[in-house]
Design a protein around this ligand. Structure first.
Ligand code: ZN
Length: 92
């Protein structure tokens, strides 16, 4: 969050807007959840758990769209397709 969603004042990093005194604590927590979910998606990807990584990334993207989340989501979708294609080839 770069600006207060109520008055557009520059975000100071504090849970109360310095200008309009809006409570921003819940929004700060949501942004932390997005960061944690994206980190968990990367760790799951590194461990080879594509489906788990997709779930964490999808959750993060459902809360807040970010350029990193979009890029990771696209990469994970391509890896899921490749993983499914490899399974089909093995079955034949
Ligand atoms: Zn404000």
């Amino acid at each position: 969050m770069k600006r207060c969603p109520v008055c557009r004042a520059r975000f100071s990093g504090k849970p109360v807007c310095r200008r309009c005194k809006s409570d921003l604590f819940s929004l700060i927590q949501l942004e932390e959840q997005v960061k944690k979910s994206l980190h968990r998606a990367v760790y799951a990807l590194a461990a080879g758990n594509i489906d788990t990584a997709c779930n964490f990334c999808g959750y993060a993207e459902s809360i807040k769209k970010t350029s990193f989340g979009k890029a990771l989501s696209g990469f994970l979708a391509s890896r899921q397709d490749a993983h499914r294609a490899a399974k089909i080839v093995k079955l034949q």
